[in-house]
Design a protein around this ligand. Structure first.
Ligand code: LMR
Length: 393
């Protein structure tokens, strides 16, 4: 039986981690998978998380099962940050903890499919795992162009997708810090998107994986809140991997927004059953640490300061790259200053990406996506010189 399985290509992003690790060159640069790095190239545990973990060790008196919904205190503690303090929506929202943002996206897509969604409109390019999840669940992908060549979002394409969607369709959007392009919708564009959802009744699936790493905690969810204020129903996937630095602990949350509070029990019971059949229950440690952090004013303040530092550092890298526009012509580096989050996509071809890796020990995704957080004071100039080298005529 098992001989029927044909080999699958390894996930390209995860394969890059191994390729970079195996490269003996000391000045190698890893711009591959999306993890934040400091100016020293490290990905340390947040100081606020260290404090919360210490407290968790002291106060946790049982590791008995919690259930498929995970730590409900964690799920509730995130809500003011996502939906706003005192949001009138809270009575129409049910949430549950998931293994990372990936678990939340998986649950959103599976639940949508169970409710009758057969096709999901997805702006391309997108995080490659979006397509893998949609295919695995058995939902058809209807692609639309996410961005224009000048580095702005393609509003007409997303509005066309929403307006053209059928009864069995949903539309998946990135809440902020678009992965892989860094190109987010403006406030006015979100208004138009929200109106299109409201007029058509199409189900939005919103994926927030980088809150706080674009423009700010509130700013990064303003667009999502604009949509939620106007639509009857939505599904929302949330990741704590980057903004709490909990990557390998797999911390995420999934929120269901219903038209009526009375529908929530039925909707959540389906999500619960899907989670049970997939992973049974999410891992506890990271979610419990986030809960303890958010319940404590001092730790929350420290966490927000750490996020500010990260965001400002990435902003400085973006500005330095944008200022190098003339040094590497044709790459539209100036657009990076207006984009958000960890990623940007450079219009490099396969040969240029291979040359960067082979001649300069610079590792990036095959799409031309770079993780700007992989750049810092010690390697940005080398990166710019390498871009100049591969982009010269
Ligand atoms: C990325 O896009 O690099 C991250 O979201 C990590 C991942 O799981 O792919």
């Amino acid at each position: 039986m098992l001989e029927n399985l044909s080999p699958q290509a390894p996930d390209a992003l995860l394969a890059l981690i191994k390729m970079h690790a195996a490269d003996p060159r000391e000045d190698k640069i890893d711009l591959g998978v999306g993890v934040y790095r400091t100016n020293d190239g490290a990905t340390p545990v947040f100081r606020a998380i260290k404090q919360a973990e210490k407290r968790l060790l002291e106060v946790q008196d049982s590791k008995s099962y919690l259930g498929p919904e995970g730590d409900s205190g964690f799920v509730k503690a995130l809500m003011p940050y996502i939906f706003g303090k005192g949001s009138p929506l809270v009575d129409r929202i049910e949430g549950m903890q998931t293994p990372g943002g990936t678990g939340a996206v998986r649950l959103a897509v599976s639940l949508a499919a169970k409710a009758g969604v057969k096709r999901i409109h997805l702006g391309i390019p997108s995080w490659p795992n979006h397509a893998q999840i949609l295919e695995d669940v058995g939902v058809e992908i209807v692609p639309f162009d996410h961005a224009n060549a000048d580095g702005s979002a393609n509003l007409d394409a997303v509005l066309g997708a929403i307006r053209g969607a059928g009864d069995a369709d949903a539309v998946l959007l990135h809440g902020c810090c678009h992965n892989p392009t860094g190109i987010d919708y403006t406030a006015e564009e979100w208004e138009a998107i929200a109106d299109a959802f409201a007029e058509t009744g199409v189900l939005p699936i919103l994926d927030i994986a980088y809150q706080g790493l674009g423009q700010g905690m509130e700013e990064d969810v303003a667009g999502v809140r604009t949509v939620l204020a106007k639509v009857p129903q939505a599904l929302l996937a949330y990741s704590c991997d980057k903004n709490f630095g909990l990557y390998r602990d797999r911390v995420g949350a999934f929120y269901m927004i219903a038209s009526e509070a009375e529908q929530l029990d039925a909707i959540a019971s389906n999500a619960n059953a899907l989670a049970r059949a997939n992973w049974s229950m999410p891992p506890d440690h990271g979610g419990a640490s986030v809960r303890l952090l958010l319940e404590d004013e001092g730790m929350t303040k420290l966490w927000l300061e750490e996020l500010d530092e990260m965001r400002e550092r990435m902003r400085r890298v973006r500005e330095r790259l944008a200022a190098a526009d003339n040094e590497a012509p044709g790459l539209n580096l100036s657009a990076l200053a207006d984009q958000n989050g960890l990623f940007a996509m450079l219009p490099l071809d396969k040969a240029q990406i291979a040359k960067l890796r082979e001649d300069h020990a610079i590792y990036m995704a095959g799409s031309g996506r770079i993780n700007v957080a992989g750049l810092h004071a010690g390697n940005t100039e080398k990166f710019i010189a390498a871009l100049a080298d591969v982009s010269k005529a």
